[in-house]
Design a binder for this molecule. Structure first.
Ligand code: COA
Ligand code: AMP
Length: 629
């Protein structure tokens, strides 16, 4: 079947298409309806009962594949490699799930997971899924305030954590961050369970703290609890345009079907294959393609704790591919840029056998053609850019690797996948012609696996995604479709920036900067960065009576973002300006600031309040550049 045939089959009868996909999984009871379109994103497999953990683990064991590797943990930080068979992983998960049940966690309870890239983090997610608890994983690079925010919103009954995360050159103690986050939050979890790593022991000093091994000791193995297909599997907080993160809610049945279909059809990964998503379980890529999708097809997933460079060097990825005979690698373009910067001829791959590697998938940010072409040439395999979001859970546009692969086009993120009817529209929702850049929207209902709502924020959900373009989902991205039907995703239409494949809200950064006593007003924009794609740049207007040295304010602001949001914000640059460019109605012209910082040509916007301000900003940027030299 060609790509066109696949799309035609879906368009002709979407219910039959997704029924065929769903039939690969085991359902405790059948569905009444494949997709109920009452809600905008569609409600999938209504009436059915399902358990995601059963399908990810027990189903394969029952099919006689218990001795097959489910998970390979490879830590470049601790030089550890551990193999978990499906039997072993299921036993660990079932015992942890039993311990959760023993301590009163039941279906629908939230369990917050704040952990580094270790097998126990994967076990924690699957253990929640096993008993119908809703996991909410928080990325380890977020600091206490951000963690506290998520505790307040998700109201977890329990937090599962570890004593530390390991970054090159430093150990990040998690427990003090958890304690500080709980202190800042209006919600108190009943228990904090801590996996003690050898590299650092956490102080279990609070009454609610418990050591992981004690917590699971003697717990009986929990059975999989069948839940409604539509019940939440997890919430995952992602950046919106305000400082308050949005809790994406993902269901069980629709999600599993999307994971299974995409794993086989987009990535061409089946039960005897080894798949490696070099991401972090704190991001949606980690949820979908480190944990759920590879296990749902019965493949082997690689959990890598380390970086593409510096752990110990730019050969790290090639070593992992060789060691574990990885068939498909998924990472962010920034990781490839990091390798290319150090090893532009890929000499460091020469010592490794990469013959198992069949394809490289890239996503998380726009992939510059250079990066794509370089990796395709050096690795001599298809390199596939594909586009998706935390909200969608899997690719809106991609390719079909395997026999249905169509030619890739650099600069494009492939073509729309089944489930996603992608259109390019203007602000009034009129469809634009081929090649014209506009807002990227998807006709409702969305594909299976798409978010169901925002956690306890239904009206925000409706307003954010479905109000501006009635009948469509607003992706927040802009781009165009070319004459061969390829989608080109160019930029965001909102104030979200993408730093090293991590999505950040400039609004959230501004909220923190505004708390500095000397700052009267501020703006944050994303500026181009060779390695990370974008990095944030702060523009600070100081209070008239502030007597503080400008550099001191900047340093304090940088430190404040690091301690409130976390190092992952990569906020290292700010400049002091007299005024900010605004429209006559008072809206800050962030896109203008971003262009000025990137030294791009800026047309004076007709709505600008005072055009002379543009020269002031240019001068301030020039001054900063001179100081840096
Ligand atoms: N816990 C604590 N701190 C973390 C962290 C974690 N889990 N992850 C990152 N950080 C810290 C880093 O140590 C760094 O701190 P520093 O400012 O003291 O150096 C900071 O956050 C920024 O991290 P990052 O943007 O990851 O930069 P880096 O220099 O460490 O690595 C890359 C650069 C390109 C190698 C890295 O960003 C990368 O591999 N990106 C891929 C992203 C990805 O997988 N995205 C998911 C979509 S596929
Ligand atoms: P996240 O929700 O963190 O996965 O970030 C999603 C956002 O990252 C998208 O809305 C895009 O702005 C950007 N993005 C992800 N993948 C791509 C891609 N392949 N091309 C262009 N932008 C991308």
């Amino acid at each position: 079947m060609s790509y066109d045939d696949v799309i035609k089959a879906w368009q002709k009868d979407p219910d039959a298409f997704w029924t065929a996909a769903a039939n690969h999984l085991e359902w405790s009871s059948p569905w009444d309806k494949v997709c109920d379109t009452t809600r905008p994103s569609g409600t999938w497999f209504t009436g059915a009962q399902f358990n995601t953990c059963h399908n990810a683990l027990d189903r394969h064991i029952q099919a006689g594949r218990g001795d097959h590797h489910a998970l390979i943990y490879d830590s470049a930080m601790t030089n550890t490699i551990q193999h978990y068979t499906y039997n072993h992983l299921r036993d660990e998960v079932a015992q942890l799930a039993g311990a959760l049940e023993r301590s009163g966690i039941t279906k629908g309870d939230r369990v917050l997971i704040y952990m580094p890239m270790i097998p126990q983090a994967v076990m924690a997610m699957l253990a929640c899924a096993r008993i119908g608890a809703i996991h909410s994983v928080v990325f380890g690079g977020f600091a206490a305030d951000e963690l506290g925010n998520r505790i307040t919103q998700a109201k977890p009954k329990m937090i599962l954590s570890a004593s530390c995360g390991l970054e090159p050159g430093r150990t990040i103690e998690y427990k003090p961050l958890v304690d500080a986050a709980i202190e800042k939050s209006s919600h108190s979890p009943g228990k904090v369970v801590v996996w003690q790593r050898h590299e650092c022991k956490a102080n279990l000093n609070q009454e609610i703290d418990q050591d992981w091994n004690e917590f699971i000791e003697g717990a009986s193995h929990a059975e999989c609890l069948s839940v409604n297909s539509t019940d939440p599997l997890y919430t995952l907080y992602t950046s919106g345009t305000t400082g308050k993160p949005k809790g994406i809610v993902r269901d069980n049945g629709g999600h599993a079907v999307a994971m299974h279909w995409s794993m086989q059809n987009i990535y061409n990964i089946n039960k005897d294959d080894v798949y490696w998503a070099a991401s972090d379980i704190g991001w949606v890529v980690g949820h979908s393609y480190i944990v759920y999708a590879p296990l749902l097809v019965g493949a082997t997933t690689v959990l890598y704790e380390g970086k593409p460079v510096g752990t110990p060097d730019a050969s790290a990825f090639w070593r992992v591919i060789d060691n574990h005979k990885v068939n498909v690698l998924f990472t962010a373009p920034t990781a490839i840029r990091a390798i290319k910067r150090v090893d532009s001829e890929l000499k460091m791959a020469k010592d490794y056998d990469l013959s198992s590697l069949r394809a490289l998938f890239l996503a998380g940010e726009r992939c510059d053609p250079d990066t794509l072409e370089w990796s395709a040439e050096k690795l001599s395999i298809p390199v596939i850019d594909h586009w998706w979001q935390t909200e969608t859970g899997w690719a809106i546009s991609a390719n079909l690797f395997g026999e249905n692969l169509f030619p890739t086009r650099s600069g494009s993120a492939g073509k729309a996948m089944p489930g996603w009817d992608v259109k390019i529209v203007d602000n009034d929702c009129n469809e634009l012609a081929t090649g014209e850049v506009g807002a990227i929207v998807c006709k409702l209902p969305l594909g299976p696996g798409a978010m169901q709502t925002l956690w306890e924020a239904e009206s925000h959900f409706q307003e954010t995604y479905f109000k501006d373009f009635p009948g469509y989902y607003k992706t927040g991205d802009a781009g165009y479709i070319d004459d061969q039907n390829y989608l080109h995703v160019m930029s965001r239409t909102d104030d979200i920036i993408n730093v090293a494949g991590h999505r950040l809200s400039t609004g959230a950064l501004e909220e923190v900067l505004a708390t500095h006593p000397a700052v009267a007003e501020c703006a944050v924009t994303g500026v181009h960065d060779e390695l990370k794609g974008q990095v944030p740049l702060g523009f600070l207007c100081l209070k008239a009576d502030s007597e503080l040295d400008h550099q001191q304010v900047i340093n304090e602001c940088v430190a404040q973002i690091r301690s409130s949001i976390g190092p992952v914000a990569t906020f290292k640059r700010a400049i002091v300006v007299e005024r900010l460019p605004k429209t006559r109605s008072g809206k800050i012209l962030r896109a203008v600031l971003s262009k000025l910082a990137d030294e791009k040509h800026v047309e004076t916007p007709p709505t600008i309040d005072d055009p002379t301000i543009l020269d002031e900003i240019k001068n301030a940027l020039q001054h900063e550049k001179e100081l840096a030299l």
